[in-house]
Design a binder for this molecule. Structure first.
Ligand SMILES: [Zn+2]
Length: 365
């Protein structure tokens, strides 16, 4: 049976989601849209204002009879979220993100090839420094890690960081005393699109977000929800074989997608190619598209977002991936296919880590 606290949480989430999508609104409009009574809306808004997550704006200027109503909205800078991105090969990124998904502070930390406990120590240091600098009360800490991360914030496995069964979420929660969420990096990039992204057709409810950094992974948004699979490993496409006669992979197979597409690998090949970089990018894009064609077809998702920096962000790479998917799928799907860069550029992973905290703590999604 629902407790009063469950009901309070549900009503807060309902109002915040409505304001996040359609705000600012008057209390009367909130009641109309949510179906809650005027009295309930007023009480919940007061509660949310006490927590500094909702603020009153000016009076509504919309026409009509009667006195103008006061508008309320999510208070973008009422609370902040501390976010850490562990996905890049050479550096970790720490950021403070506001409730509107805007990065207000960003710092980069040289990773210096740290792995294991040394990498965990660096994550704690990043959090400590950003906690000290935060100018608003923190809503929580969101961390995006490569590899497989379970719902309790345990990094089950992240090969590039040398982590197996690292309870990062519990570790940071006990150190800093705030709510913590740990999420896979590609899932974070997908959540950024889902929570804060806009396309011509509104908020995308089905998309595949492919993150290329030290490895390759995909975040799947299906029917408006992040899909994580039965063991939190949905979208782990890095070890799909795309070149059976290709190079040996750390996993024991040959020609995995990660032996053809990753940020350090492409950077090295581009340097060696001196002058014919386009051929390198086209080949890599083709391999990615080959691996994605089945995923795109099986799920009937035509919105593909590419996340990552350097060569991954080039039009040549995107176009080659799009052409390879189109060549391997039904025309009816290929016609709708869009392969696009992330809405948030290089910030998508930290913005997505913040989105995870907004959902967990406030019900905003
Ligand atoms: Zn492999």
């Amino acid at each position: 049976m629902a407790t009063p606290e469950d009901i309070r949480r549900a009503n807060r989430g309902l109002l915040l989601r409505t304001l996040h999508r359609d705000g600012p609104l008057s209390r009367a409009d909130l009641a109309k849209v949510t179906g809650l009574t005027r009295a309930s809306v007023s009480a919940v808004v007061r509660d949310l204002m006490d927590d500094a997550v909702v603020e009153e704006l000016g009076l509504s200027t919309a026409g009509g009879v009667g006195k103008p109503a006061t508008l309320v909205d999510v208070a973008a800078d009422g609370r902040h979220v501390l976010c850490v991105d562990l996905s890049e090969p050479a550096r970790f990124v720490g950021a403070i993100v506001n409730l509107a998904g805007k990065v207000v502070v960003r710092r980069t930390y040289d990773r210096k090839s740290r792995t294991g406990t040394s990498a965990v120590t660096l994550v704690r240091r990043i959090c400590r420094e950003l906690v000290a600098d935060a100018e608003r009360p923190l809503l929580g800490i969101g961390v995006a890690s490569p590899g497989i991360v379970d719902a309790r914030g345990v990094v089950v496995t992240a090969a590039h960081l040398g982590w197996t069964g690292v309870p990062l979420g519990a570790d940071l929660a006990s150190t800093f005393g705030v709510p913590v969420a740990v999420i896979n990096d590609a899932n974070a990039a997908a959540l950024a699109e889902l929570t804060f992204g806009q396309t011509d057709g509104g908020v995308p409810s089905n998309l595949i977000c492919v993150r290329v950094d030290e490895g390759v992974g995909a975040g799947l948004v299906l029917d408006g929800r992040l899909f994580t699979g039965s063991t939190y490993a949905a979208g782990e496409i890095g070890h799909v074989v795309v070149a059976p006669d290709g190079a040996p992979c750390a996993c024991g197979k040959r020609g995995c997608l990660e032996t053809e597409v990753s940020e350090p690998l492409l950077a090295g090949r581009l340097e060696a190619a001196a002058g014919d970089g386009a051929a390198v990018l086209e080949r890599a894009g083709q391999h990615l598209g080959t691996a994605l064609a089945t995923v795109v077809s099986a799920l009937d998702v035509a919105d593909v977002v590419l996340s990552g920096s350097g060569s991954v962000a080039t039009e040549t790479f995107r176009a080659a991936a799009a052409a390879a998917i189109a060549a391997r799928t039904m025309p009816v799907l290929a016609e709708r296919l869009v392969v696009r860069p992330s809405t948030f550029g290089f910030d998508d992973v930290v913005v997505g880590a913040a989105a995870r905290i907004l959902d967990q703590e406030l019900g905003i999604r």
